[in-house]
Design a binder for this molecule. Structure first.
Ligand SMILES: Nc1nc2c(c(=O)[nH]1)N[C@H]1C(S)=C(S)[C@@H](COP(=O)(O)O)O[C@H]1N2
Ligand SMILES: [Mo]
Length: 312
């Protein structure tokens, strides 16, 4: 038998063909679903529209949006399994309604806010952001939500508050992944208060004009576009203001690999791989990763004089 050495161009072509077949198969399945030939669970059901639909479009991006089907079928949400297809498959057990979020700690007005009220409390905006996962892939997503700062100010932080700690739901009945010990539960994240008050940081309640799908962190999820994706904690139940740097899930699990800051930085590699480039989901050629994920002009001021090798 002849063994050929495959050159990279050929390997890319083979990969491209695989992907073309995959998308084609999806198109066929989609067609069947529309023709009513597939059971409901198999159809590509979309989340319901958000009411009111009129989220002001306040931020666009001159880059192609990642298709809804990829945004909602290629996920990281370890509470529902560790492979990318698991959350879409398993997150049906999450009950995003009724839901409330508690804001407490070092605030003058601690409170519990119901999700229905939260969706009406602040004007909803549609903002297109890049999402860069620490694993080396990225997407472009039209989020719907409001500035995190608006929610924090509602609770009136005390002068001594310096950090914001976030917590995901911790219910093994709704989250089958909690039986596994890949991470300590609940999933927790944190920001410095000045980062949390930055106008780019968002609480999202939807994407593509629709209610946030369970696998994307329903009913409310943080999005911090200049940081690696793991900072964007999903299905939040508690937001606590504190004077101490709070523990964060991935830092606790592998402190040498994931820092508290996790600002996207092509110049600081992960100990096991380079962070210089990324693969935009749906594309084949890798792109250069941008400092602060392309938001450098807006956020670099938060980190003047900081050593990024140390504070990664
Ligand atoms: N609670 C919780 N939030 C989470 C995660 C998780 O496993 N659990 N994964 C994070 C990671 S690693 C990434 S890259 C993003 C993925 O968001 P997406 O699935 O909407 O693309 O969610 C983040 N938020
Ligand atoms: Mo990630």
């Amino acid at each position: 038998m002849l063994i050929r050495i495959i050159d990279p161009a050929q390997a890319r072509e083979a990969e491209a063909t695989d992907e073309a077949v995959y998308w084609n198969r999806r198109a066929v399945l989609g067609g069947m679903a529309m023709a009513g030939l597939l059971p409901a669970a198999c159809a590509e059901a979309k989340a319901p529209n958000l009411a009111p639909l009129a989220a002001r479009k306040t931020r666009s991006l001159n880059e192609k949006l990642t298709p809804y089907s990829s945004v909602t079928n290629y996920n990281n949400f370890y509470e529902f399994g560790t492979s990318k297809e698991d959350p879409a498959r398993n997150a049906g057990t999450l009950r995003p309604e009724p839901w409330s979020v508690r804001i407490d700690g070092m605030v003058a007005k601690p409170q519990v806010i119901d999700i229905d009220r939260l969706r009406k409390l602040f004007p909803l905006e549609e903002r297109v952001y890049r999402l860069r996962c620490v694993e080396g892939w990225s997407m472009v997503i039209p989020w719907v939500g409001f500035p995190l700062a608006a929610l924090i100010k509602l609770a009136d932080p005390l002068g001594k508050a310096k950090y914001v700690a976030f917590e995901t739901l911790n219910d093994p009945k709704q989250m089958p992944g909690l039986r596994s010990s890949v991470l300590q539960w609940p999933y927790v994240e944190g920001l410095r208060l000045d980062e949390a008050l930055h106008p780019l940081a968002m609480i999202t309640v939807g994407l593509y004009g629709r209610v946030l799908p369970n696998q994307n962190g329903a009913p409310l999820r943080l999005v911090v576009p200049w940081k690696y994706g793991f900072k964007s904690i999903k299905s939040i139940t508690r937001i606590r203001l504190t004077d101490r740097m709070p523990p964060t899930s991935w830092n606790r699990s592998a402190p040498d690999e994931y820092g508290f800051y996790a600002n996207v930085n092509p110049a600081v590699d992960h100990p096991r791989w380079s962070q210089a480039t990324e693969r935009r989901i749906g594309e084949y050629t890798r792109r250069k990763t941008l400092p602060f994920n392309g938001y450098e002009a807006e956020v670099a001021g938060l980190y003047r004089g900081m050593n990024f090798q140390k504070n990664f």
